[in-house]
Design a binder for this molecule. Structure first.
Ligand code: HEM
Ligand SMILES: *[C@@H]1O[C@H](CO)[C@@H](O)[C@H](O)[C@H]1NC(C)=O
Ligand SMILES: *[C@@H]1O[C@H](CO)[C@@H](O)[C@H](O)[C@H]1NC(C)=O
Length: 326
């Protein structure tokens, strides 16, 4: 009897220990199963980046959307024959195909190493590829925590209440990031991802044409910039036209995003509000004046983003094809 309860107790302790360790990600997670995973991914991502710059913004945004909907579990990559997966939601239709293709290419590179075949999750490959595109565009290098498992569920319905909208005010932005344990400072640092990439005109056209009955142009926009935007985005613009989120250095991962905000050149309302709301302005001013402070905050925030809702241990699966569950 005594030894039975001792066994019960020790197995309870053991499973507690297992569940706490399995809930942790670690940067050497694949050291025995796929020791070269980092260089395999980096080579594939670098090749793809040399073919097209869009690789970088597309991968970075894909990681953000994936993590915010059901956690960082590659559920955003799942295809649906009935078009009812996360990626079919209107907010995700504009995710550039090159982000998905980056993961497909990196996954093929990883799986081509016999030791690694079907050992590395699509979620981890996306996290690594995201770090690599940040570095390729001039941003900071940081260690990537690994050990995520891939999700088996992807529904269009789970998207709506999780992704922030470009017309959100500071309270709305804070609450959507807060759901995911990210602070206002994390949110401001992560918004710095808009230092690369583009937005379609429809996402901000209200700001340059019909802001209010009294004022057609959003008064927080730099007027010179607003008129440039009107030229690039005429009424009835071709819906495929897209404008750089950072008009100053659109292809460089730097802190120009924040100096833009100081000059009224935040393209989306959710960008400019970070400067116009007194509660977030001092952080924007700090990041604008100090690129190191921005980079440090970005690394801390994207590491926390990479922990959102992760599946570990024996949850989920290691998907064989990133676009479908096993
Ligand atoms: C703060 C709330 C955010 C809002 C409201 C927002 C909204 C948007 C919108 C509307 C676009 C343009 C989409 C299009 O028209 O094609 C965009 C693009 C982009 N977003 Fe965000 N975003 C936010 C935060 C983030 C975060 C946290 C990241 C990554 C860490 C990110 C990365 C990107 C990138 C890289 C692009 C450019 C994509 C491309 O060029 O293909 N965004 N975002
Ligand atoms: C508006 O942009 C111009 C030109 O880019 C710049 O010189 C000016 O300082 C900006 N205005 C404001 C109010 O920041
Ligand atoms: C936020 O943190 C709490 C406490 O650590 C955790 O239980 C919860 O799952 C986290 N939320 C997300 C979305 O990761």
């Amino acid at each position: 009897m005594e030894s039975r309860s001792a066994i019960l107790l020790s197995s309870l302790l053991f499973s507690l220990l297992l569940s706490t360790t399995s809930a942790q990600l670690s940067s050497d997670f694949y050291k025995n199963t796929c020791p070269n995973v980092e260089s395999l991914v980096r080579t594939a991502v670098t090749n793809k980046f040399q073919q097209t710059f869009v690789t970088a913004p597309a991968t970075l945004r894909l990681f953000f959307h994936d993590c915010f909907v059901r956690g960082c579990d590659a559920s955003m990559l799942i295809d649906s024959p009935t078009n009812t997966a996360e990626k079919n939601h209107p907010d995700d239709i504009s995710l550039a195909g090159d982000g998905f293709d980056t993961v497909v290419k990196a996954k093929a590179a990883v799986d081509s190493d016999p030791q690694c075949t079907n050992k590395v999750s699509c979620a981890d490959i996306l996290a690594l590829a995201t770090r690599d595109v940040v570095v390729l565009t001039g941003g900071p290098f940081y260690p990537v925590e690994l050990g995520r498992r891939d999700g088996r569920i992807s529904t269009i319905a789970s998207v709506q209440r999780h992704l922030p909208q470009p017309f959100f005010n500071l309270d709305q932005l804070n609450s959507f990031f807060g759901f995911n344990n990210l602070t206002q400072t994390d949110m401001i640092a992560l918004s710095g991802a808009h230092t690369i990439g583009v937005s379609h005109c429809s996402r901000f056209s209200r700001r340059i044409y019909k802001f209010s009955p009294k004022n057609p142009i959003d008064p927080t926009l730099n007027l010179t910039y607003a008129f440039q935007l009107r030229q690039m985005c005429p009424l009835n613009v071709n819906p495929t036209i897209a404008i750089s989120l950072d008009p100053t250095t659109p292809n460089k991962f730097d802190n120009a995003y924040y100096t833009n905000l100081q000059q009224g050149k935040g393209l989306l309302s959710s960008d400019e509000v970070l400067f116009t709301d007194a509660r977030s302005k001092s952080t924007v001013d700090l990041f604008a004046s100090n690129n190191d402070a921005f980079q440090q905050a970005f690394v801390s925030a994207i590491t926390k983003l990479g922990r959102v809702g992760v599946k570990t241990g024996n949850q989920g699966e290691i998907r064989h094809d990133c676009s479908r569950i096993n």
